[in-house]
Design a protein around this ligand. Structure first.
Ligand code: CP
Length: 311
């Protein structure tokens, strides 16, 4: 049951022991990173390709760092200067990379399901680095690691995820992970930004920030994803901030020691106020970024164990 999956395409369907095992391995990489050491023998001779069809700062950089700290040869393929621009399809791109014998393929794509499609076509282990509005599994793992390190557990915690849930792959992965691990998850947002199937995912839906935040241990603010909105789903950023932007007054409705999280990139003054984002008494946003490297090292380590055993 705690066997690592062959690919990491989504959190949905993973069992608690599999998630716990990934977090435990990631924990050891937090300590390694803090000691300033690396483990370059682990993936020596392995090739990791970062294939990002959408912009990224944190995910792409941390996969690159993670691969290098474990000794892999890391290639960042720039899609904007690749033959994708000449009309090459996703599957032909995959076949090309497959012919180069890549071991680990990290994929971000604006279409939900693109990494799963690639996983059927390549020999490499495929890691979903965010696909459309579907999932962003390593983000949920790093969020869980951040919470677990701060609170010592995930079970029984009340986690409020606020804002644009409808377009958020981060929200989906977090909902699957946190409910699987026994947290109580609430989603808070205007009706236009809550997916119709939300309650079927095991969360409680709130449209009122005060009611949703009362008693919350963790408050996770999400970016308003205007690029995925086909039409105006909120009247204006100013209106959104007034009702759903996380500021000190709204945070006071949560538990006094509530942790504030945001996956980044942040739109300050839209979904979160700078005073809250930068408040060291509550904000763990920088720590999330640190955990991102450790989690990605753990995922590369675990997914390559199968092929390392066959060497
Ligand atoms: N959280 C996240 O996925 O950030 P990037 O888009 O910068 O990778």
């Amino acid at each position: 049951m705690n066997q690592p999956p062959r690919h990491l395409l989504q959190i949905e369907g993973l069992h608690p022991p599999q998630i716990a095992a990934m977090l435990n391995v990631a924990e050891s990489y937090v300590l390694l990173n803090r000691s300033g050491k690396t483990q370059r023998d682990l993936l020596r001779g392995r090739t990791l390709i970062n294939l990002f069809f959408e912009d990224s700062t944190r995910t792409r950089t941390s996969f690159e760092l993670a691969g290098k700290r474990l000794g892999a040869d890391v290639i960042n393929m720039s899609v904007s200067t690749s033959s994708v621009n000449k009309g090459e399809t996703l599957l032909d791109t995959a076949a090309t990379l497959n012919a180069m014998h890549c071991d680990l393929l990290v994929v971000r794509h604006d279409q939900s399901g693109a990494p799963a499609l690639l996983a059927q076509k390549v020999d490499a282990a495929v890691i979903n680095a965010g696909d459309g509005t579907h999932e962003h599994p390593t983000q949920a793992l790093l969020d869980a690691l951040t919470i677990r390190r701060r609170r010592g557990r995930l079970e029984g915690l009340v986690v409020a995820i606020c804002g644009d849930i409808l377009h958020s792959r981060v929200a989906r992965s977090n909902i699957h992970l946190l409910t699987t691990m026994g947290s109580q998850v609430r989603v808070i947002g205007p009706p236009t930004l809550i997916p119709p199937e939300a309650e079927r995912l095991g969360v409680t839906v709130f449209h009122d920030m005060q009611r949703g935040l009362e008693g919350a241990d963790i408050v996770m603010a999400l970016r308003l994803q205007k690029e995925r909105m086909a039409r105006g789903l909120v009247p204006s950023a100013r209106e959104f901030f007034r009702f759903y932007g996380l500021d000190a007054a709204k945070l006071a409705w949560a538990k006094p020691d509530a942790l504030v999280m945001h996956p980044g990139p942040m739109n300050r003054g839209v979904e979160i106020d700078s005073a809250v984002a930068d408040d060291p008494a509550h904000s763990v946003i920088r720590e999330q970024v640190e955990m991102g490297v450790a989690v990605r090292m753990a995922v590369l380590d675990l997914l390559s164990r199968r092929s390392r055993r066959n060497d």
